[in-house]
Design a protein around this ligand. Structure first.
Ligand SMILES: [Zn+2]
Length: 323
């Protein structure tokens, strides 16, 4: 692929003048490398995180305010948590929790890894900066469900099959927004490409339904093929041939982590003083790392007492204490 013309790590919005559809397409490449370099995840986990990242950035691009989109798959499997956060500024970060000594088949899908018992949940959270958050929850498909997708390495196969992350989100969005929505996610090597199409509601007549079906069929066809080394303003014209495609200027997307010492302190406060006190007493400090970017944080005895008491107090501290 010719990166100079492909415009990688960019998001492009578009709409079709000649069909009741608008969409957004994103390509992630260097940003995925940046986000994953802080982790040493097995291939199956990397594949799912890439898909979730593509989906989260698409959803974040639809936010009307300063907010985060958080996608989480939760269960009791070898990978109890997959988590991707994306912001309205089109930055994202990824994290997975993996049980120690777990052996994960390279082509395992989300159901096998996260919830082989069929009791997993997929949680979509919208967290506005200064307002109450909104959360939607759907069940993860079960492995034994014939429509569930352990469709393998979703990416390389151009997967958008039943039970995949894309179809989970399509169902969720179509139900919650009362708008027909389709999502495509595919990876090829280090590149992730994702697209969301929404049916515009103003036209409900039969012609509009046929036009919507025709447009989604064109998208299916284009996602069944290889990546094309075009910038999206050309790619979209090709993909939706026969339509007048209007394209907004591309926006950059990238990895960024929003961790800071205040958030670390807030997290420690939730853990509680009693739980943490032995660490302070023994080491004079608490060392922790950001789960998303591995940045190291250290909380010393003074900060600890201020956190729980608002004043410098009274924990006996060892000789190696305050850093
Ligand atoms: Zn971080």
């Amino acid at each position: 692929m010719d990166k100079t013309t492909a415009g990688y790590d960019q998001l492009t919005r578009f709409w079709l003048d000649t069909a009741p559809a608008r969409g957004v397409v994103v390509r992630l490449e260097q940003s995925l490398t940046d986000a994953l370099q802080h982790h040493d995840y097995p291939p199956a986990v990397v594949s799912l995180l890439k898909q979730l990242a593509g989906a989260a950035v698409l959803l974040a691009s639809n936010l009307k305010q300063s907010a985060q989109v958080i996608l989480q798959a939760q269960g009791t499997g070898d990978v109890p948590l997959l988590c991707v956060e994306a912001t309205d500024a089109l930055t994202f970060r990824v994290y997975a929790s993996i049980r120690e000594h777990a052996v994960l088949p390279a082509n395992a899908g989300i159901a096998t890894l996260v919830a082989p018992d069929g009791k997993g949940r997929f949680v979509l959270t919208i967290a506005p900066t200064n307002r109450q958050m909104y959360q939607g929850i759907v069940g993860l498909p079960s492995v034994s469900d014939p429509t569930a997708a352990d469709a393998g390495d979703a990416g390389d196969a151009g997967d958008a099959g039943e039970g995949s992350i894309a179809s989970l989100l399509e169902d969720y969005l179509s139900n919650s927004q009362q708008t027909q929505t389709r999502m495509w996610l595919r990876a090829d090597g280090d590149v992730m490409e994702a697209m969301l199409l929404e049916r515009l509601p103003e036209r409900a007549e039969e012609d509009a339904t046929l036009a919507w079906q025709a447009v989604t069929a064109q998208a299916d066809a284009i996602f069944a093929e290889h990546f094309m080394p075009f910038p999206y303003n050309e790619w979209l014209q090709f993909a939706f041939a026969g339509h007048d495609v209007k394209v907004h200027p591309a926006q950059p997307a990238g990895f960024a982590c929003s961790c800071n010492i205040e958030r670390v302190l807030n997290a420690l406060k939730l853990v509680g003083e009693e739980e943490l006190k032995p660490l302070i007493t023994e080491n004079g400090k608490i060392e922790t790392r950001c789960e998303f970017c591995s940045k190291a944080y250290e909380v010393n005895a003074l900060q600890f007492s201020e956190l729980f008491h608002g004043v410098q107090a009274a924990y006996p501290v060892g000789p190696r204490t305050i850093q």
